[in-house]
Write a protein that binds this ligand. Structure first.
Ligand code: ASP
Length: 324
């Protein structure tokens, strides 16, 4: 009798789990963006979330948890969220540099997160306040070297893409500058436009409108080729910084332990979003494009994260930069 009852309970629990998974998602999903609202990562997240929401039949709400170069937001999902499919993380290249930059990181991005898929590779631009004296990249380099005690470089903290780009730039020109960290490049951009800081390197998802509107000065794009969205801006290589190339890849994750069936639904919805003509055209306006469909998968993101951690580790060690 008791045995039969226990068996019945097990069957009931299994049926409830299966039906919870079949119904997934049955309520809104939160996507944590580890930077300030209105910035480049937030922009990517909102475009993708809106389209994924149409496929999943639920709203995807963005939660901006900025600070410490994005590591606070990543930790919130990796360590402090239930693996139930209702809290996700949208983060970028910084998740692969943080393990080398932070010696006391409280999460392991390869163990504590379940990949869903890659999203897009966003180019960066080296920009300055409108009235910053240097007129082109050659000028910028000599000006910055001559005025290194007073020039300020804005970024979104150690681990942000703007930090990585600045670190590579400073090492390319062999000059250390004063950096001013923000919770994201949205507030950094406000200060750059206001003239409180001198220059920064930020993603085109945040800088395109400001460059086109003449609110900031652009010196170079960080891609191998010029961008269709701003054909007059030279590449860093053309402008004289040899071998300088960074693209900010983005991915979507869930906490480790999230049911495989939820991950499969989320990955399918991500793929659909990346084919959505509205997403494609808005990405193009911002100087980027979705990854090919076979990269919007858990396997592709898992492999990419591993190879990026391996790529940046030695570069960061050599630069000798640590956040803690
Ligand atoms: N992408 C970040 C943001 O959204 C900034 C950065 O990575 O530099 O603010």
């Amino acid at each position: 009798m008791l045995k039969r009852l226990a068996f019945g309970c097990v069957m009931l629990a299994a049926a409830l789990t299966a039906s919870a998974q079949d119904n997934y998602p049955s309520r809104p999903i939160t996507i944590v963006v580890p930077f300030a609202a209105g910035g480049p990562t937030d922009t990517v997240a909102r475009l993708v979330a809106q389209s994924m929401g149409k496929t999943l039949g639920q709203v995807l709400v963005i939660e901006n948890t900025g600070g410490a170069g994005g590591t606070i937001g990543v930790e919130r999902v990796a360590k402090n969220s239930k693996p139930d499919g209702y809290t996700l993380l949208l983060m970028h290249i910084g998740i692969s540099t943080a393990p080398s930059l932070y010696r006391k990181l409280r999460f392991d991005p390869q163990k504590d997160l379940e990949p869903i898929g890659l999203i897009t590779d966003v180019p960066m631009t080296i920009i300055a306040r409108k009235d910053f004296p240097p007129k082109d990249m050659k000028d910028l380099i000599s000006y910055v070297k001559a005025n290194k005690d007073k020039v300020t470089y804005a970024n979104a903290g150690v681990g942000a893409a703007s930090h990585l780009c600045g670190m590579l730039f400073m090492s390319a020109i062999q000059t250390d500058l004063t950096t001013v960290p923000y919770k994201g490049t949205a507030p950094a951009m406000t200060d750059l436009i206001g003239g409180q800081v001198d220059f920064m390197c930020d993603q085109t998802t945040n800088t395109t409108a400001q460059i086109k509107g003449g609110k900031v000065k652009a010196y170079a794009v960080t891609t191998r080729n010029r961008l269709k969205s701003m054909p007059d801006v030279p590449t860093a290589e053309e402008a004289g910084v040899k071998g300088f190339e960074v693209a900010v890849w983005h991915g979507l994750w869930a906490p480790a332990g999230t049911p495989k069936s939820d991950i499969a639904k989320l990955s399918a919805a991500l793929k659909t979003a990346l084919k959505d003509p509205d997403v494609v055209s808005k990405f193009a306006d911002l100087g980027t494009e979705p990854v090919p469909q076979d990269r919007a998968t858990p396997e592709a993101l898992r492999a990419h994260l591993k190879s990026e951690i391996e790529k940046w580790g030695p570069i960061i060690k050599k630069a000798g930069i640590y956040a803690d």
